[in-house]
Structures are given as structure tokens and as C-alpha cells.
Design a protein around this ligand. Structure first.
Ligand code: FAD
Ligand code: NAD
Length: 416
């Protein structure tokens, strides 16, 4: 019988196999599980994937769900449709805490053991302690939270039509932050609002979409020419920008902004001002750098060679720039390959690989058939060409995850 050395002793495959547990079925978790299925035979390792829901969602499409330009089921993929439950233990449960010393994970309804752990629990909104933000602002961070935004906006329209003297600010939508999430959401709103106006017989001029950004520019640090393109495209469709203006407080139906504490009344307030790692990693005692775990180049947590941390929970340094990589799906997906390889190497021996990012570019959707971004070596794309590229990027991920069948079922084919 085949045998291998395990924790200092020789054991046969049948006697015990390493338990590899993946937490979170986001980009990092799903792709790592897929890769682990390729790296290990069923006899070599026991694989477990734990996720809050029985579905994986496309976080990168949540702004569309939040605006109501895409149906919820397009953004969701049943995990068991792409990962066989015969091959991987699929546990639908909520992770509460990781006990790294005793190598267990506490779930809401269970406690499980691991020999190797992969943490891919993603992000949550960062409110930076802004008063009222937690209570009064929506955020685009899960399927459930995003569809609340869609439903709330539509309810505002319905209310507006039914109240005898409606407050005009009911139809003002304030978006906090003009990073990529904010800009992509504004693009979808610019498409959706005319549809809602028609549906509820509301003049377009009754609706305001206001973005408030602390910096003097949208998408700080991005290519200036592309920023101008994005700004023009959004303003032409009725988006107003208040740049160089900090949101200081959020009330039930208003935001307080800027040096002069101006109050802007709004029926809908959506915060896209920043993200932080899932707080579970801090609560589990991992040492944090700006809320994330500063992993080694092989993606392991310092002092814990059996714990890999990926995606938005990981602080991964870019050696060339001396700065950490931004939290993106593109990076989370690439980290999965390295993680799966390194776990296999830890079990069977060999050389661990270090993560290095292969940047394929950044494309932001501006709603409808519009987008802009850079691809490969900084080539700029605008309009329908950029939107087509965005669809190619999205479909490529679906292909990696579930092959051509998934692309046909969930893919995006038209740039409008
Ligand atoms: P996630 O994809 O967030 O997945 C985390 C998973 O863990 C989820 O399934 C969640 O349900 C689960 N989970 C969380 N807590 C628990 C718990 N306690 N118990 C059990 N399960 C739990 N990046 C790009 O590269 N390109 C883009 O175009 C792009 N567009 C974006 C658009 C929007 C609107 C947003 C918000 C982000 C976008 N990003 C984009 C960033 C990208 O989505 C994230 O970097 C990426 O999702 C991180 O992947 P992840 O696997 O770390 O976490
Ligand atoms: P972000 O941190 O990139 O942007 C937040 C924005 O909010 C910043 O411009 C910041 O100046 C502003 N802000 C912060 N506090 C403020 C305040 N008090 N008042 C007004 N403005 C304030 O966050 P994000 O846009 O959610 O992006 C998160 C990550 O996801 C990034 O790494 C981003 O690259 C990635 N992402 C990528 C894409 C894409 O590639 N198409 C799309 C969405 C998100």
C-alpha cells in the first residue's frame, strides 16, 4: 500500500489522509478548491469547502444586482454545480472563529478539524468610524445586501408616486466614494434610472444621482485620460460629482459633507468608500497589517505553515513597487494556483512557489455598452471595445470555474 511521511511518521494512504479545509467560496476559495481537486486524488486528501450559502456569487457583478440591471440568479452559481459533493465535503455554515493552535474551525453549527487551512473569507465594508454609516448607508458586499439596494430604490419610486406631497429628495441617490465600485455602480444607475422613471411615470429631472468623493479626482491613481472619459460618460447620463468632498456623517435621510458641514438630503445612500478584510481573521488572533494578514511570499500566515490566507484577507507585498497588491478578484484567482501547488508540495515534498502577479489589466464597466480600462501592457480601451473586453474577462473566469457549460449558462455575450 502507498505510504508517506506525515507529522514525522510513515502512514499508509488508507489509514489517514490530510484534511484540507477551505473557508469561503469566493474567487479565492472556489478556484483553490478546483485546483486542489486537480492536485490530489480522492485517496490522497480529504477536501472540505465551507461557505455561508450553498451558492458562489460573482462579487464583481454585485453593483449590477444593486442597481437592478442584472437578475440575482445571473450572479449566483450553485457550488454543487461546479464542485462535485462526491469529491469535496460541501458544508453550508457560517465560520465564527479559527483556533489555529488546536487546528480547528468553529462554525455556527459544528466544529471541524484541519491539517491545512485556506482562508478566503473575503471583504466587508470599511466605514472608518464615520458616524451613522453602519446604520444608515447601504453597501455592495453580498447578494443579500445588494438586492436590498435594488429593492429600496424601486420602493422610493413607488412611494414617490403614492404620497400626496413627496419630498423631492426621496429620489436623490447619494453614492459615497468614486473608487472602482462607486464608478461601476454609477454606470449601472445611469442605465437603470431611466427605466424606473418610465415604469413609475416620473420625469428623469426629478431624480438626482450624486457621487461624493474625498479626493480631487475619481479613481485616484488611474490613467487621467481614462478618468476624463469615465467622467464625461457618466455626467452625460446625469451623474453629478462632488469631488474633494469628504462624507463626515450619515443620517437616516442625509449625508453631512465637506468643511462647511453641508447637508445633502437623499432617499438612498450607498457607501462604496472602501473595504477591509473579514473581521474573523483578526478575531481569531492573526497578527494584522492594516486589517489583513501579512502573508509570506508563499501565501502562508507568519508562524503558521499550515494556514494559507488568500484574496481580500491577505496583505501580499508587490516586491517591485514595495506596496501591497490591491484587493481584486484577478489577484485572488491567481493566488489559488500557488496555494494549491504549495499545499501539495507540503504534503508530498518539493519546492514551494512564491506568488507573483501577472497583471492582465483593469477594465471598469460604465453601464450599458460603455466601459474603459487598460489591458496587458497598458493599452487603453474605451466604449464598446472595453465593454467587450470586460465580458471576455468575466467569461474567462466562468470558463476556469465551470468550463464551456457555465459560460453558456451565465456568461455575458453582448456589450449592451
Ligand atoms: P469574496 O469573493 O468576497 O468571497 C468571500 C466568500 O466568503 C463569499 O462567498 C462569502 O459568502 C463567504 N463568507 C464570508 N464570511 C463568511 C463566514 N463567516 N462564513 C462562511 N462563509 C463566509 N475585482 C476585479 O479584479 N475585477 C473587477 O471587475 C472587480 N469588480 C468588483 C465590483 C464590485 C461591486 C466589488 C464590490 C468588488 C469588485 N472587485 C473586482 C473586487 C473583488 O470582487 C474582490 O477582490 C474579490 O471578491 C475577493 O475575492 P475573495 O475570494 O477574497 O472574497
Ligand atoms: P476603494 O478603496 O478603491 O475606493 C474608495 C473611494 O472612496 C476612494 O476613492 C476614497 O477616496 C473614497 N472615500 C473614502 N472615504 C471617503 C469619505 N469619507 N468621503 C468621500 N469619499 C471617500 O474601494 P472600492 O472602490 O470599493 O474598491 C475596492 C477594491 O476592489 C479595489 O482594489 C478595486 O480596485 C477593486 N475593484 C475593482 C474593480 C474593477 O477592476 N473593475 C471594480 C470594483 C472594485
Amino acid at each position: 500500500m502507498q505510504s508517506y511521511e506525515w507529522r514525522g511518521r510513515m502512514i499508509s494512504m488508507a489509514e489517514s489522509k490530510p484534511k484540507i479545509v477551505v473557508l469561503g467560496a469566493g474567487y479565492a476559495g472556489m478556484m483553490t478548491t478546483k485546483r486542489l481537486m486537480q492536485q490530489f486524488t480522492p485517496e490522497e486528501a480529504e477536501l472540505t469547502l465551507v461557505n455561508k450559502h450553498n451558492y458562489h456569487y460573482q462579487t464583481t457583478w454585485l453593483h449590477e444586482l444593486a442597481a437592478g440591471t442584472i437578475d440575482v440568479n445571473r450572479t449566483r452559481i450553485m457550488i454543487s454545480d461546479v464542485i462535485s459533493p462526491k469529491r469535496v465535503n460541501l458544508i453550508q455554515d457560517t465560520v465564527l472563529k479559527i483556533n489555529k493552535e488546536e487546528k480547528t474551525v468553529e462554525l455556527e453549527h459544528d466544529k471541524i478539524e484541519y491539517d491545512y487551512l485556506v482562508i478566503g473569507l473575503g471583504f466587508e465594508k470599511a466605514t472608518f468610524g464615520i458616524k451613522g454609516m453602519e446604520e444608515h448607508a447601504f453597501s455592495i458586499q453580498s447578494v443579500d445586501k445588494s438586492r436590498m439596494i435594488r429593492d429600496h430604490i424601486e420602493y422610493q419610486f413607488a412611494q414617490y408616486r403614492n404620497l400626496p406631497n413627496p419630498d423631492p429628495s426621496m429620489l436623490t441617490i447619494v453614492v459615497g466614494g468614486a473608487g472602482f465600485t462607486g464608478i461601476e455602480f454609477l454606470g449601472e444607475l445611469a442605465e437603470r434610472i431611466p427605466v424606473l422613471c418610465k415604469k413609475y411615470d416620473v420625469p428623469r429631472s426629478d431624480v438626482r444621482i450624486i457621487d461624493i468623493e474625498a479626493m480631487d479626482t475619481i479613481l485616484p491613481g488611474f490613467d487621467p485620460e481614462l478618468l476624463t472619459y469615465a467622467t464625461d460618460s457618466l455626467e452625460a447620463r446625469g451623474v453629478e460629482f462632488k469631488l474633494g468632498t469628504m462624507i463626515k456623517e450619515v443620517k437616516a435621510n442625509a449625508v453631512i459633507v465637506g468643511e462647511d458641514n453641508q447637508e445633502i438630503k437623499a432617499g438612498t445612500i450607498v457607501w462604496t468608500g472602501g473595504v477591509q478584510a473579514n473581521r474573523i481573521i483578526g478575531e481569531s488572533g492573526f497578527e494584522l497589517t492594516k486589517g489583513k494578514v501579512n502573508v509570506d511570499p508563499t501565501l502562508r500566515a507568519p508562524g503558521h505553515d499550515d494556514v494559507y490566507i488568500l484574496g481580500d484577507c491577505a496583505w501580499v507585498m508587490n516586491k517591485e513597487t514595495g506596496r501591497p497588491y490591491p484587493p481584486t478578484a484577478q489577484i485572488a484567482i491567481q493566488e489559488a494556483d500557488i496555494c494549491a501547488h504549495n499545499i501539495k508540495t507540503s504534503v508530498f515534498g518539493g519546492t514551494l512557489k512564491e506568488f507573483s502577479f501577472d497583471n492582465k489589466g483593469t477594465v471598469a464597466s460604465l453601464g450599458g455598452s460603455d466601459a474603459m480600462g487598460t489591458v496587458f501592457d497598458g493599452n487603453k480601451l474605451y466604449g464598446v471595445a472595453a465593454k467587450t473586453m470586460k465580458n471576455v474577462i468575466d467569461n474567462r473566469y466562468l470558463f476556469l470555474l465551470g468550463g464551456p457549460r457555465l459560460v453558456l449558462r451565465k456568461g455575458k455575450f453582448r456589450p449592451f
